[in-house]
Design a protein around this ligand. Structure first.
Ligand SMILES: C[S@@+](CC[C@H](N)C(=O)[O-])C[C@H]1O[C@@H](n2cnc3c(N)ncnc32)[C@H](O)[C@@H]1O
Length: 215
């Protein structure tokens, strides 16, 4: 619980800076957005967890019936709501919530999305259990997540075991826990999904884009 509230404070504190910084890999972002759109249906009731400042939810809204987009950080949701209030689509609802808060939304969603979120969660297995519980049978889970490389060399070791802990100690980095793409896929399957698409995005560390169907 302490990690969760610390992270909410961290992300809220940096929310305005996060909103102002350009997307690092615009081609990759556009590509995953298009791939995601191709799986959405006009009748879908969608949820995006860890939505940040809401840009993705606002872009995907015209392709679904409804989208609820949530984030642990009030600062992020405040910015998302400001964007919505400036004439955003009417089928979007933003609210402050962390992954576990959705545990009661039993079988509610046709599509659940988590972009750049899973590697930030202290308990990935627990989160995937919630995601499975709230996704309708035959519904989709769509995720983009930073993963550990298959071969972890010196550069990764220095980032993971030196730079990140130092940054965390001075409040400049949130909690992170990286698993390999293979392990992530196995965990998603163990949570009751069949992987439909999986692929890497270029970057310093692996960013894995996965689309999975609830069985
Ligand atoms: C790296 S940002 C990604 C934001 C957005 N999805 C994107 O791709 O730009 C991670 C987001 O996850 C949120 N977050 C972190 N831990 C969370 C949790 N336990 N539950 C819900 N959101 C969380 C943070 O507040 C932050 O907005």
């Amino acid at each position: 619980m302490a990690t969760i509230s610390k992270d909410a404070a961290f992300w809220s504190k940096i929310s305005r800076k996060y909103a102002a910084s350009p997307i690092g890999n615009m081609d990759g972002y556009r590509n995953t957005l298009e791939r995601t759109k191709s799986h959405l249906k006009p009748s879908d009731n969608a949820l995006e967890m860890g939505c940040g400042t809401g840009s993705t939810a606002l872009l995907l809204a015209p392709h679904v019936a409804n989208i609820t987009a949530t984030d642990i950080a009030p600062g992020m949701i405040e910015i998302a709501q400001e964007k919505l209030d400036q004439g955003g689509p009417e089928n979007v609802k933003f609210k402050v919530a962390e992954v576990q808060d959705h545990a009661r939304d039993n079988g509610c969603y046709d599509v659940v999305m988590a972009h750049n979120l899973l590697h930030l969660l202290p308990d990935l297995d627990e989160a995937l259990t919630v995601i499975s519980k709230i996704t309708k049978t035959e519904g989709l889970f769509i995720s983009k997540t930073v993963c550990a490389p298959n071969k972890t060399g010196l550069k990764y070791g220095l980032i993971r075991h030196l730079a990140i802990p130092v940054m965390q100690a001075i409040g400049k980095a949130p909690f992170v826990k990286f698993v390999s793409a293979k392990e992530l896929e196995r965990k998603i399957e163990d949570a009751g999904f069949k992987i439909l698409e999986t692929g890497d995005q270029a970057g310093t560390m692996l960013s894995r884009y996965i689309i999975a169907r609830k069985t």
